[in-house]
Design a protein around this ligand. Sequence first.
Ligand SMILES: Cc1cc2nc3c(=O)[nH]c(=O)nc-3n(C[C@H](O)[C@H](O)[C@H](O)COP(=O)(O)OP(=O)(O)OC[C@H]3O[C@@H](n4cnc5c(N)ncnc54)[C@H](O)[C@@H]3O)c2cc1C
Length: 435
Amino acid sequence: MALDGQEVELLAIGAGPANLALAIALEELAPGEVAGNTLLVEQHDSVVWQRGMLLPWTQSQVSFLKDLVTLRNPRSKFSFINYLHSVGRLDEFINLGTFTPYRQEISGYLQWVADELSEVRVAYGRRCEGIVPRRGAGGKVTGWLARFSDGSEVAARDLVIGAGRDARIPAEFAGLPPERVIHSAEYSARIAGLDPAGLKRITVIGGAQSAAELLWAVHQGFPGAETTLVMRSIGLKNYESSKFTNEIYYTSFIDEFHSAPPEAREQLLREMHLSNYAGLAPAMLDTLYRQRYLERLGGAERLKIVTMTEITATRMEGSEIVLSMRDRKTGKISESRCDLVLLGTGFEGAMPRLVQELADELGLAEITVDRHYRLDVPQVTDGASCYLQGVNEATHGISDSLLSVLAGRSSEIVSDLLLHRGQDGRQTRLLADVA
Ligand SMILES: Cc1cc2nc3c(=O)[nH]c(=O)nc-3n(C[C@H](O)[C@H](O)[C@H](O)COP(=O)(O)OP(=O)(O)OC[C@H]3O[C@@H](n4cnc5c(N)ncnc54)[C@H](O)[C@@H]3O)c2cc1C
């Protein structure tokens, strides 16, 4: 699909779950002028959920009923159940008896959704390199112009950025040769190209689910290697799974979080931290513990976990990576040598680079969105909205980056979009039709 010079009503950057949920909501709630003039652009050649960590044995931590649409419209043809039905796996999935599908199955569902869209167009293989506002009379923002990796430019009246967060690479690792450091977001793509003979000692940094998955993946994938996890905290922890606190992931809780004072928001985020990605799925935790136990029993420990320890510096010595490590209990510094470092260090809490650069273009001192995820831009005409998806934990709660709220959030964004375009009456009717 040629992109250059296109003018669309709505441009959505990133074909992840957030913008795919939005695409469904557009087709169901705003068919025709808006959905039919929406372009969704993805940097890769296909849709893959958690591309870097799509390990065959990993499972989603969220119920399949919290798919891209069911909580908003249980009769939608875009449900996960309809996907299973259409690929002939419904019986088997039911028989498996789980609420949390394998990650690869969610990924297949997302690609199927993208393929099934009939109005919203999806363009693959273009990375958005930058977005600038278009200005009209008096300098008012009237729309957006996005530039892509193939040199093409697309103009849009409204914009939604759903491109995820930037990988967090701690400064201590920035000086190592790039081929010796792999962040979890790139793990699957890069690990396959490495020669196992050159990997005798692999060190994983981090203490949460991604780090634990990296540790298990290399332990299984490189049977000749010693694999070590280095973490700052006291040990790997199960994720918190109380049904009481899990109610905070309801879409209906977003209003309460959003209107809460800063101290209450801070408490909610702090207390819920372990219910999200900071904790491990119980099965993963048990697997790792039993493996280490068995290895110690046999006298040959290949899976090691070093706790209460931080990396203070790194350097190369010949072909070896040298990690300087500080024991947080004693303050003592020691050194450890390895051939490869894997970073399970998560994602930056700050706004992604793409959004920050747009904010600079707009002259914003601070990046804030309103309750309906619309970027606060002074001097904007009413029909030129920019929405940010998945980066608003601080104001919209811990569920903001998860699948849990996508069905509801996408219809909120569509409603707000139509409202600002002066199409609110039509929207109310459509929402009523679906309810
Ligand atoms: C390993 C891992 C496991 C997870 N497991 C769960 C889970 O079990 N349940 C859950 O609810 N959440 C989970 N999450 C949280 C995850 O963030 C959400 O599930 C969900 O993927 C967020 O969707 P998104 O569309 O906002 O972002 P993403 O999934 O990150 O999708 C962003 C999309 O934008 C594309 N993109 C990025 N930049 C550009 C650009 N410049 N131009 C064009 N395209 C671009 C990317 O290629 C990607 O396709 C997990 C996260 C990780 C890292």
